[in-house]
Design a protein around this ligand. Structure first.
Ligand SMILES: [Zn+2]
Length: 48
């Protein structure tokens, strides 16, 4: 079973990435450092 999640930039709230994850492997809210094209730098991206 796939769980599709959206990762949004913490700073500008832009939704930059979609990814899938395994709920059993990652039961918590995901937080990743990703490049935001809007901020033009790496920012924290949170699951929406
Ligand atoms: Zn941003």
């Amino acid at each position: 079973m796939r769980d599709i999640i959206i990762l949004a930039c913490e700073e500008c709230k832009n939704r930059n990435y979609t990814t899938t994850r395994n709920k059993r492997k990652h039961p918590n809210r995901m937080e990743l450092k990703k490049f935001c094209p809007n901020c033009r730098k790496h920012t924290n991206h949170k699951q929406r």
